[in-house]
Design a protein around this ligand. Sequence first.
Ligand SMILES: Cc1ncc(COP(=O)(O)O)c(C=O)c1O
Length: 499
Amino acid sequence: MTGGEIVTTVVDRVVRDRAARWVGRAGVYLPSFAELGYPSTIPEARFAALRSVDPDRPDAANLFRVNWYNDWSRSGLAAEPCHLIFPPALTGVRSPIVMALGSFFPMIGAHKVLAAYGCLIPRLVTGRFDPAYQRAVWPSTGNYCRGGIAISRILDCRGVAVLPQGMSKERFDWLHAWVARPEDIVRTPGSESNVKEIYDRCAELARDPANVVLNQFAEFGNYVAHYACTGPALAHLFEALQQERPNLRLTGFVAASGSAGTLAAGDYLKERHGARIVVVEASECPTLLRNGFGEHNIQGIGDKHVPYIHNVMNTDVVVGVSDRSTGALDLLFNSDVGLGYLADRRHIDPELLARLKFVGLSGIANLVAAIKTAKRLELGAEDVLVTVATDSASLYGSERKKFLASQHPDGFDAVNAGEIFGQHLFGAADNDVLELTHGERTRIFNLGYYTWVEQQGVSLEAFERRRDQGFWRELRQAAPAWDALIKEFNAATGVEESR
Ligand SMILES: Cc1ncc(COP(=O)(O)O)c(C=O)c1O
């Protein structure tokens, strides 16, 4: 198994210096995690220079856009992260549901490029990855490996994407355009819920020392990046709302778990605002709910395992959402008929309707899970639920066509739209909602034993120490330590600070 360690000092200075020279030749200056968490601290000159850089090009300057504050045009810096607020007229619950939008991240239109940065950069600056000789291997269900390939391109190193062959066509189209060679896309059997097959392929690849597997499910850099960057960005959103309405409480943070990286923001929000942490999974594969298994199409939520970086003992609620809901709502939100229904019959704000396209399938799952949580916990108008849309609907046009053909072969009309609204939003039931007791948390934590200790070779001691919140508190100290090493690394590249 790769990952699972926290290394905050340079372990091989020769490799570190060679890496710095290599990256320096590519003209790369690395942003710190503090800068990505608080982009207003990035020198103005750098943002001014960024304006002329296409956010979807593998340009080193785009590393500074790997944060939540890209504006709606994706060229400048916004005062607060782009987000949607779902009102009671759409959700049927009184709690405001605030969703930060990941599609404004550069190059891949999803926030998983932050996770990729968080996994690779700590290795680079500690001398544990040599871009001149090694390949970065990115196991994923599709977005993380795209982020990894984007970061690899910028660092001018080889990147290899490992993902299930059944993922959306849009993901593969993107990968074909970005990988250095076609063999850098490795397809594993199955689809969304076949993470074990990805692990197996990575174990084979790892036998070659030229391959460095950046296992997002076990790399603490993924956790730390979200804790240090996503956490403060979401807190900022809530605090801005609270300025207008001082009675608001941040009652919950809702996030579907793939690698569980995003959930680290929940640890931040709980510490700062006492938010409950709600983890979302597909009802068709209820691993956390019931140690279950199964197939589903909420792309990006890997399952049938408990990620090593999931702070299970700090998680409060598990919510299952059916992929029938996400498929149907994706159609409602992305069809003229659906949007017409929401405008004419439900009188939803046209600006919100125009922006629903920024919510991908797992974002819809988060929305439905937030509604179910609000119902179960009987939340009121002052209880804010914060969540994210990892990516946008633009990655799922091919899936939408399939859904339409299978569910509405005779066409999709306003009555169908009303049925979807009634069944999956307004009438969403609070089934598959589990409030975690200590016993339930322990069950979920223990389930991880089979993946990590039995299959992936983690020591029992290392596995067990993650029960203790002291472990996670210490882990969070890695961000400033890595930032100091990023500073040293930048100095060694010879690239000027505000190129
Ligand atoms: C579309 C989508 N949603 C949700 C997730 C889950 O995010 P995380 O891996 O941070 O748990 C992913 C992860 O790849 C994803 O691609």
